[in-house]
Every structure is written in C-alpha cells, then in structure tokens.
Ligand binder design. Structure first.
Ligand SMILES: Nc1ncnc2c1ncn2[C@@H]1O[C@H](COP(=O)(O)OP(=O)(O)O)[C@@H](O)[C@H]1O
Ligand SMILES: O=P(O)(O)OC[C@H](O)CO
Length: 500
C-alpha cells in the first residue's frame, strides 16, 4: 500500500485524447481516465485543436482519475506532464485565452514558408543549431503564422503581451492559474528555435523565423519545480515536477538511459528514439537530433526517426476499406496470407516522414494479383511498419556507428504492440531482438518517473532501470535470404512511390 503523499499523477495530453494516470509510490498504476476531443480540419492539410477543449479534457480526466482511485489531490506528491509535441498555442497573458486555435504538429500550412527558407540555404545552420530540419512539423513557423494572421498579434507579441508555447506550457500556465510560463528542454527542442547545444533559445533563429523572444517560456530541466497548481482547480495545491514531450517520456518510461538503447512507439504513427548520451549526433541521413531528457542541467541527446503512419494504416483497413472489424483482426489475417503473394503497402497517406521527408508522396499498393485478398492487405499494412522501422534503424546506424557495436535491442510500446505477429515480423526484418515491456503505459510512466524523482519518492535512473520488466522478447527467426529479398522489395516500392 502506498504511503499518503506518495501518489504521482501523470497527464498525457495526446493528439486525439487527453489521459490522466495515477501511479503509487512504487510506480504501479492505480487508475486512469481518458477523454477524446475534436480534431478541426479548416482546410486541406490544416489540423487544429481548440485549446479550451485540450484544457477541459485534461482537467476532466485528472478529476475523473482521482475520483476513480478515491484519492484526494492533497495526497499527490506531484504531477508530471507529457504531451503531443510541436503543437503550438499563442495566448494572451492578461486573459489566459488563446488568440487562435492550437496549430497541430501534423498541420502543413507553413510548408511554402519552410520551402522558401530551405531554398534560401538555411538548412545547414538550422540543423547544426537545432538538430532539426526546416519543416512545418515544428513550432517556429506555426507561431509566426499566428502572429501574422491574427490582427494586431505581432505588435502585441513584441510588447510582451502574448505567451507562446507547446501544449505542456499552455497546460502549466492554466494549472498554475496563469503564474508560470515555462517548458522543459525536450519540448523546447522541437520548436526549431532552441540551440540544443546551449539549451537556450537562439537569437539568430528567433530572427530567422520572426519569433519575438518576449513570448517564449523559460526552459527548464525535465524534472524541476515547475510551479504549484491553483488550489481552486483540484482542491489542493500540487507541485508540477516533471515535463517531457511524449516520445521523450516514452524513452524515459522504457528506461533507455544508456547510449545505444532504443525505443519505438507504435501508435497512430511511429517514433523511434536512440539514446546517444551526451553527444548531439547531427544526422547525415535526415533523422532528427533531439534532447532525450535534461536532468540536473545535463542534456542527454537522442536520434529520432518519425514515421507518420503506423497503426493509422490498420485504422484505414477498418474504417476506410472496411475489410476488418477490429484492429486485432490483422494478426490472424496476416498469419493466413498466402506466402507467395508479395504485396507491399507504402503508407504515404500524408507523405513520407523520416528518412525520406517527402510530403508530396502518396500511398501505393504494389504486387496485387487476382489472388490478393484482405489477408494479404492486412499483412502488407503490418509489414509496412517493420520496413519503415528498418529504414530508420539503418539511418541511425549510418549516423552513429556506435549503434552497430554490441547487440541492438528494440524496446517497443504503443497500441500496435498488442500484435504478436507484427513484433515477430519486426524482429525478423531487423535481425534484432524486440522487447515488449510488462508496463505498456510507458509515456505516462516516464512523465510520472520524472515528477516522482523530483519529489524524491522514486529511485535514481539506475534504480528505475532495474525495475523495468520484460513481458516477452521476440527473437529473429527469418532466414537471411528471405529477409534480404523482402527488404529489397520494399526499397524498390518506396523508390517508385517518391514524388521526385
Ligand atoms: N492488435 C492490434 N493489431 C494491430 N494494430 C493495432 C492493434 N491494436 C491497436 N492497434 C493500432 O494501434 C493504434 C492505437 O495505438 P495508441 O498507442 O492508442 O495510438 P495513439 O496514442 O497514437 O492514439 C491504432 O492505430 C490501432 O489501429
Ligand atoms: O500524440 P501522439 O502520441 O500522436 O504523438 C505525437 C508526437 O509527439 C508528435 O511529434
């Protein structure tokens, strides 16, 4: 039984839903609550969220979670926040109201601006400082777009009347009753504005992207005293002690603390992060360099590969093609697919992410015959996840040769890892073991760990890492010749799908 004052509440504010999960002093999850909120698509390629919907759903899930557990807010030792990254909110400091909807990470409205900055030759400088490419995925051009499209906003921002932030900053502002404007280094590293080598906003980049410094939050460690919640919200003042972007929180939750350790999260999309220790490895293969976590002022870096479509391809089989009724149908169907049918799905529904970064590419199916049926399509959707992961792994190994020394083990999480078939194929195709942990809520666990460490109730990194437990290891069993033939087939299909 956990001691009083020993609970940690993790807020996981995701792209499609807000969740709250309560952990006890031993790090076991006690209760959770989840609420979806609407996606807003005002134009082709635009994706927005109503910041009030983000806030309302977050607050409602915190309250529902505590009520389910029968735990009072006064028993919380701290709150950890993890969040969809890059999504940008600009709000008025006086009223606390957003001046425009949140522009979501998937939103492509600033693609032309990014293309112009790329044409003007800024990529090398931006990548050297931020570890990122110039892309509308990141926050900087989203902030500038809002300042240039909401009447009067730019002048107000320059006068310090507006605050900008990623979702963590906005939630922190609301939770503290408008008292604290801060973020953590992992979220800051997704903006295109942070110099990841110094950990501070870069004046040169602020000038390049036309973002006034006056609007930016203070950048803190991922485990820090961020602020105290307004007692009127939860009935007690609770310290916010941890913040990390959701993929970095999963890196922490998977205890990937040693250079060379790697996790991959398979939800709607897939995000693979490889810990490179204190070394910010700048990619020559179009991966992202990002801050994995910052503790006690020390930055740990990661190489990241982002794939836009993973489980979303399974959703497409269910909701678009309507050839399955549930995501879990795909495993048995893949098992039953005909061996001789080499069907490939290149799921470029919204373009291709790392390492291709081709936003104009569109999805394609290859190798269809009259024998192709739902089983082969289901298998192709699951296989696509593994092929894309191998693309990322190869790019990581090319960027950072240390990733090749020793055995690469991939720790996996996210909704898709319920599929044993997918994980076996992943191990086969990577020729590397794939480990599924007992605790699959790794993102929330990571945020809780950061807060619990700061509160002094959770162990140090080594202690936390030794508590990580494996549910199952998937070991490669595919003959090398089959692996090579299948992957070569995928590379050929990608080549035929790229837009230029
Ligand atoms: N058994 C399964 N086999 C294959 N895909 C699955 C299975 N269960 C869930 N998924 C996929 O996992 C995704 C949901 O994962 P989740 O981590 O909840 O995503 P997100 O956090 O991005 O919303 C969905 O796209 C769903 O299609
Ligand atoms: O909210 P998720 O889980 O889809 O994650 C979104 C990522 O953080 C975007 O970079």
């Amino acid at each position: 039984m956990a001691a009083a004052q020993g609970y940690i509440l993790a807020i996981d504010q995701g792209t499609t839903s807000s969740r709250a999960i309560l952990f006890d002093a031993r790090g076991a999850s006690v209760a959770s609550a989840q609420q979806e909120f609407p996606q807003i698509f005002p134009a082709s390629g635009w994706v927005e969220h109503d910041p009030e919907a983000i806030w309302r759903s977050t607050l409602a899930t915190i309250k529902a979670c505590l009520a389910k557990a029968g735990v009072e807010a006064a028993a919380l030792a701290g709150i950890g926040i993890t969040n969809q990254r890059e999504t940008t909110v600009v709000w008025d400091r006086a009223s606390g109201k957003a001046i425009y909807n949140a522009i979501v990470w998937q939103d492509r409205r600033t693609a032309d601006l990014c293309a112009a900055l790329t044409r003007d030759g800024h990529t090398v400088e931006v990548q050297a400082r931020t570890g990122l490419l110039i892309d509308s995925y990141f926050s900087a051009t989203k902030i500038a777009w809002i300042l240039d499209h909401v009447p009067g906003a730019r002048a107000e921002a320059e006068a310090g009347k507006l605050a900008f932030g990623t979702v963590d900053s906005f939630l922190l502002w609301r939770l503290t009753g408008g008292k604290v404007h801060a973020t953590d280094a992992t979220n800051a590293s997704r903006t295109n504005l942070l110099d990841i080598h110094t950990g501070d906003w870069s004046d040169d980049l602020l000038t390049l992207f036309k973002v006034p410094r006056a609007g930016l939050p203070e950048v803190k460690d991922s485990a820090a005293a961020f602020g105290i919640t307004d007692p009127s919200l939860l009935g007690a003042a609770v310290p916010v002690l941890g913040i990390a972007g959701d993929q970095q929180a999963a890196l922490v939750g998977q205890a990937c603390f040693t250079p060379g350790m790697m996790k991959s999260t398979y939800g709607t999309g897939c995000f693979a992060l490889l810990n490179t220790g204190g070394q910010a490895v700048i990619s020559r293969n179009r991966l992202l360099t990002t801050i994995g976590y910052q503790l006690d002022g020390k930055r740990t870096y990661a190489l990241e590969g982002s794939i836009f479509i993973a489980g979303a391809a399974v959703q497409w089989l269910r909701d678009g093609l309507q050839i399955i009724t549930s995501a879990s149908d795909t495993g048995p169907l893949a098992e039953a697919a005909a061996d001789e049918e080499d069907v490939y799905l290149v799921p470029a529904f919204t373009g291709l992410g790392a390492p291709y970064w081709d936003s104009a590419a569109r999805g394609a199916l290859y190798g269809l015959t009259r024998k192709t049926g739902r089983a082969e399509l289901a298998r192709a959707a699951l296989e696509a996840v593994a092929y894309q992961t191998r693309d990322l792994l190869e790019a990581m190994q090319a960027d950072w040769p240390s990733a090749q020394s020793g055995e690469t083990v991939l720790r996996v999480d996210g909704g898709m890892v319920a599929s044993d078939w997918t994980l076996q194929f992943l191990a086969d195709l990577l020729a590397a073991p794939v480990d599924r942990p007992v605790i699959l809520e790794t993102t929330a666990l990571g945020a809780a760990y950061l807060a619990g460490r700061q509160a002094g109730i959770y162990p140090d990194l080594d202690g936390f890492a030794s508590a990580w437990a494996r549910d199952r290891r998937f070991t490669p069993a595919m003959p090398e010749a089959v692996r090579a033939r299948k992957y070569a087939g995928w590379k050929d299909c990608v080549r035929r799908t790229l837009s230029a």
